[in-house]
Design a protein around this ligand. Structure first.
Ligand code: DX5
Ligand code: ZN
Length: 224
């Protein structure tokens, strides 16, 4: 039987939104056809930038029914999992370097009733995600070093995406393979060809203002 390939899902990163109007921005990308809302949480310690915490996520929760895909770039991460779950995260993604026991961190996310993701940086081996593949709902491949929007895609990560696609297919489980950083029309095609099925995009979605969001999302999705 021939399987029909699904179009990729698009997860706008609100890091590139207008922070003075975050609620409106989340409503606008929701109306424009986004699949997930990607929320980058940074602590100025694990990554060299500071963004938002659970209070802001809680304030945004009524603005969209979409999946809140919360990417935690904080260390230590364990003490904050419950607060993000209570604030309204649907998927909570952590980096293996953000705590001493990745497996335990993932268990604690699931104990909160949330989906769990693991994220690997450009210099993190694929094995770090494969060791916990049976436990996660999402693998996030960073295609830039985490911390800032607007960076250039690191094409060396394509091999990681291919390896993870094989591992996920081999697992027989439903696991999102998400790519984050430097996604534009060209790099979206590369990431999708390598096997990604969810694309995070900040600059490429929010560029040009709200009138462009639907076209921007459609163009990225069309790369699949
Ligand atoms: C970087 C973040 C990304 C970032 C992507 O640490 O995880 O989600 O916002 O931004 P662009 O799409 O502009 O590279
Ligand atoms: Zn992110």
């Amino acid at each position: 039987m021939k399987t029909v390939k699904q179009p990729p899902r698009i997860a706008p990163s609100i890091l590139a939104a207008d922070f003075a109007a975050l609620g409106e921005e989340v409503r606008a990308v929701t109306a424009a056809g986004a699949d997930y809302i990607h929320i980058d949480v940074m602590d100025g310690h694990f990554v060299p930038n500071l963004t938002i915490g659970p209070a802001v996520i809680g304030a945004l929760r009524p603005c969209s029914d979409l999946t809140f895909d919360v990417h935690l770039m904080i260390s230590p991460v364990d003490p904050h999992i419950e607060a993000f779950a209570e604030a309204g995260a649907d998927i909570i993604t952590v980096h293996p370097e953000a705590g001493p026991h990745l497996h335990r961190t993932i268990q604690s996310i699931k104990a909160c009733g949330k989906k769990a993701g693991v994220s690997i940086n450009p210099a993190t081996p694929v094995a770090a995600a494969i060791e916990v593949l049976d436990e996660v709902d999402l693998v996030l491949v960073m295609s830039v070093n985490p911390g800032f929007g607007g960076q250039a895609f690191i094409s060396g990560v394509l091999a990681k995406i291919r390896a993870l696609r094989d591992a996920i297919d081999g697992s027989g489980r439903q696991i999102d393979l998400e790519v984050d950083g430097g996604i534009n029309g060209r790099t979206a095609s590369l990431a999708l060809e390598a096997g990604a099925d969810v694309l995070v995009a900040g600059t490429a979605v929010f560029g040009g203002g709200p009138e462009r969001y639907a076209d921007n999302i459609r163009e990225l999705r069309g790369r699949g």
